[in-house]
Design a protein around this ligand. Sequence first.
Ligand code: CUA
Length: 159
Amino acid sequence: MHMHKFEKIWLILGTVALLIFLTVLGVSAFYLGNQPPSCLVTIDPEKVDTTAPFNDPGLHKVDGKDWDYELVFVASAFSYSPAKVEIPKGATVKIIATTKDVIHGFEVAGTNVNMMLEPGYVSEYTATFNKVGENLIICNEYCGVGHHMMSAQIEVVSK
Ligand code: CUA
């Protein structure tokens, strides 16, 4: 069978690209253990205020875990609770958040903390804050007329 030279080149390039892609995916999934978020942690959105840990939003020191603090946030139209929180510099913080009403966003500007908060689900992200200063938390999911005013602050303070 006759095949044009360029056709062969494209065929080889395509096959190589596919193999590279599958290798990256395979290493990521089976060697590094990456997987999509499970969404296994659920909550009754009508009972957020009485369900632990959301009955006590804010920063809590924990012992014997891979992180130093748990930072609990409850989002609702159009605010976050707590509205402002202080974190010691260098602390590893597990952010645990949910929403009482509609879908909200939870983005800590300038970091890779970026979660979607869905009613009925608990979102978690573990991050270390190494830079002293104010971090703005913004809602990046359109949630209603007050969407643009929905924000909170994380202030990283030196110990
Ligand atoms: Cu909450 Cu937009």
